[in-house]
Unconditional design. Structure first.
Length: 757
């Protein structure tokens, strides 16, 4: 039955007009070129020229026309389609409802009927046409879908692909009349478009995460993948239990992760009245913050750490949130510390130790709106310096980035396509740097675009080529297309990296459209290695993504990407087998796709907050967050720095990186290593401080504690101790010192990642 049943592919978009129909028809043409029998039916081109052009070579099966509320409707002629019996049918509007006398009530039922008869279907839907999502969209934007499909519809599909488009592009299409005069007024607001886009991205990310977990389970892999965050709060029926849940909620919200709460109870001991009150309070709170809750029986207190870690591992938890122990150093040595034993047992799971707060000094951790400053002027005359800065901003070019999960998704193709559209509108567009990698489709897309010749440079008796940035600046086009943003230039070039060339072009008043893969973002370097086992050497500072006026995702399913690889459309034939067996393994592609979806969703979220000045901004808390990262010269220091940056970015917090070493240690290797860490901090917009540790003076822990106090640090980030158990009995590690002495500061203890576990 499954062999004879047709396949279903769904193209989903945030909003009508995002280009779903165009991409569906384009896929149909590509299938036809491969000799597959494709027809179209009930397709609405809205008379858009580029969409109509895609229908010219495809056979159309006439649909059944009827009218509803003055609007023309199209139903599928099921018997005619069965008689024609194509391999694939392209049909618009998955959420469409049929006329009363039709065989089935909905188009979804029509499609399932065709699939049962061996016909595959490619169709389209908007995110607000999914049940469950429609209510969220209506609450946030006021937009209501005419018709919807069940919430599990996407699970029926063999493939789901997101057609992403930025609000800026949508607004341009509306202004240019491309979408006609039927656009919903609520969809003409940038904020609403941003909300719809973020909902679509997160919905897709969750779906991809489910498929990734199923794949990892089939491969026998345990523990978190590293693509999504899952926060586990260990809360007891105590006065601070609610505080722990609140902090876990805050972390989950900032990292856009799933929240779970677990509590351990002694089965043979009845809860006291006070504990019963705390239990009801925690259960209400858990329900309010939409977290999962579980109560686990605990035979003996000493079993708690092992039970907690086992539960976290089984549920793919990425971070455990728990409180401090009340025991002193000698009690910990004699009776043991729950936190210490959890740290010893965890693998690939970060541990977040909440600050020890007195019962009567609980903090409000929920975000609050900042109070307006007294005497702040809403309107005022700009100073000369501010006017000059504003003029400079106006003169500066705009920056657009196409981002993808992996090579071959179609970023360069899309960039060239947009370049040709702009050229057709009379805009002066040139190709500054293009890498086709031998892909014929990409080379053909250049069309009439003029190409600026590359500069030729000598390096080690060889003549190499790079983008001629000076020539582009002298040419002064309106827009320049620059491929592969993360590329490292030939030694001896004026700029070390291509993104520095792009900054020069922007500062010269030239707009830039560029491409990059998600694995090249600096702060995701560790996550990518964790997911794929490959350390990416060429990176781009995250600030480049923030610098962009527009960022659009080119989403392609892993199956389609592997098919492109086998057809030789990504790499040369001799490299295909090697790529499919390493970086292009299906698990890697699923994980990278989820990473790209989540990263862009976070970017959309940040932009939404920047646009909406009336809402409570991310990271505005009653106390100001300050992140303090402790590093040594070991190989995991880069991981700690990147983790600190990402947390500080999500909290909009200040962050500091600190190294403490011997003042008389002038080893050249040490200085070289410190310089590497400094450069990484600078690329991420931070600064590394190196403090001397005099012989016979304060220890490393004392020195760090003093600096943390000076900076009013609220969160300490440190790596797990790699010392064996017996060593901690003789000499206290920095982590144990901080757990004992820095009790008023939250601590995130970052796990060493082990791909073998």
């Amino acid at each position: 039955m499954r062999l004879h049943r047709g396949r279903l592919k769904i193209l989903i978009g945030a909003v009508s007009g995002s280009g779903k129909t165009y991409h569906m028809l384009r896929e149909g043409n590509l299938l036809k070129q491969q000799g597959i029998d494709v027809v179209i039916c009930a397709v609405s081109t809205m008379r858009r020229a580029d969409t109509v052009e895609q229908t010219l070579e495809l056979e159309r099966v006439p649909s059944i026309h009827w009218w509803k509320d003055g609007k023309e409707q199209k139903d599928l002629p099921l018997e005619a389609l069965l008689a024609r019996n194509p391999e694939v049918v392209l049909v618009d509007g998955l959420a469409h409802r049929n006329r009363k006398e039709a065989q089935f009530r909905t188009r979804l039922e029509d499609i399932r009927y065709l699939m049962d008869h061996g016909i595959s279907v490619i169709t389209t839907i908007n995110v607000y046409e999914l049940e469950g999502e429609d209510e969220i969209v209506f609450k946030l934007t006021g937009i209501r879908a005419e018709d919807t499909v069940p919430s599990d519809t996407l699970e029926l599909a063999d493939e789901v692909r997101l057609i992403d488009v930025s609000p800026e592009t949508m607004l341009k299409r509306i202004d240019e009349g491309i979408l006609g005069d039927r656009a919903n007024p609520a969809m003409c607001r940038r904020g609403n478009l941003g909300v719809l886009r973020e909902i679509a991205l997160r919905l897709m990310a969750e779906g991809v995460n489910d498929s990734l977990e199923k794949h990892r389970e089939a491969q026998g892999l345990v523990g978190p993948s590293g693509a999504a965050e899952r926060i586990l709060v260990s809360a007891q029926y105590h006065w601070n239990g609610s505080l722990h849940v609140r902090r876990g909620q805050q972390i989950a919200r900032r990292l856009n992760g799933e929240l779970m709460v677990v509590t351990f109870v002694r089965p043979k001991r009845a809860l006291t009245k006070e504990q019963q009150v705390f239990k009801r309070s925690i259960q209400k709170l858990v329900e309010k913050v939409d977290a999962a809750f579980e109560e686990i029986p605990l035979a003996r207190l000493r079993k708690l750490p092992a039970l907690l870690v086992r539960y976290a591992t089984a549920n793919n938890v990425t971070r455990i949130v728990m409180g401090h122990s009340n025991r002193n150093r000698w009690q910990e040595r004699w009776q043991g510390s729950i936190a210490n034993r959890v740290l010893r047992k965890t693998r690939n799971i970060d541990v977040f130790i909440m600050a020890d707060r007195a019962a009567h000094a609980g903090e409000r951790i929920l975000p609050v709106k900042p109070k307006p400053r007294a005497g702040a002027d809403t309107f005022r005359r700009l100073s000369t310096g501010e006017i000059e800065k504003k003029i400079e901003t106006i003169r500066r070019g705009t920056f657009k980035v196409y981002i993808g999960a992996a090579p071959g998704v179609g970023k360069t193709f899309k960039m060239l396509q947009e370049g040709n559209l702009l050229l057709g509108k009379g805009i002066d567009v040139v190709v500054g740097l293009l890498e086709t990698h031998g892909r014929k489709e990409t080379a053909q897309q250049v069309g009439q675009l003029p190409i600026v010749p590359r500069a030729k440079l000598s390096y080690q008796s060889a003549r190499l080529e790079e983008m001629d940035t000076d020539a582009i600046i002298a040419r002064q086009p309106d827009v320049v297309l620059v491929d592969e943003l993360a590329h490292t230039n030939v030694p001896g070039s004026r700029d070390k990296k291509r993104y520095e060339d792009v900054i020069r072009l922007l500062n010269s008043g030239i707009s830039v459209i560029s491409t990059v893969n998600v694995q090249h973002l600096e702060s995701l370097n560790d996550a990518v290695e964790q997911l794929t086992g490959v350390r990416v050497r060429e990176t781009v500072p995250d600030a480049m993504l923030k610098l962009a006026d527009e960022v659009e995702l080119i989403d392609v399913t892993p199956q389609m990407l592997q098919q492109r690889m086998r057809e030789g459309k990504i790499y040369a034939a001799e490299k295909v087998d090697q790529a499919l067996g390493s970086f292009f393994k299906i698990g890697n592609l699923i994980a990278l796709r989820e990473l790209a979806l989540r990263e862009l969703a976070d970017d959309v979220d940040e932009r939404l907050e920047a646009w909406d000045r009336n809402t409570s901004l991310r990271g505005i808390w009653r106390r100001q967050e300050t992140i303090f990262v402790c590093v040594d010269l070991g190989p995991r220091s880069e991981r700690l720095i990147r983790r600190g940056f990402r947390i500080a970015h999500r909290l909009k917090a200040a962050w500091h990186v600190q190294y403490v070493g011997r003042s008389d240690d002038t080893d050249s290797e040490r200085e070289k290593r410190l310089e590497t860490l400094r450069q990484l901090c600078e690329r991420l917009g931070g600064k590394l401080e190196a403090a001397p540790l005099a012989r016979g003076g304060d220890g490393i822990g004392e020195t760090l504690l003093k600096r943390m106090t000076e900076l009013n640090a609220t969160l300490l980030i440190v790596g797990q101790s790699r010392r064996p158990l017996w060593h901690s009995l003789i000499k206290e590690t920095v982590v144990h010192f901080m757990l004992r002495r820095a009790r008023g500061i939250d601590m995130l203890i970052v796990a060493d990642y082990d791909r073998t576990s």
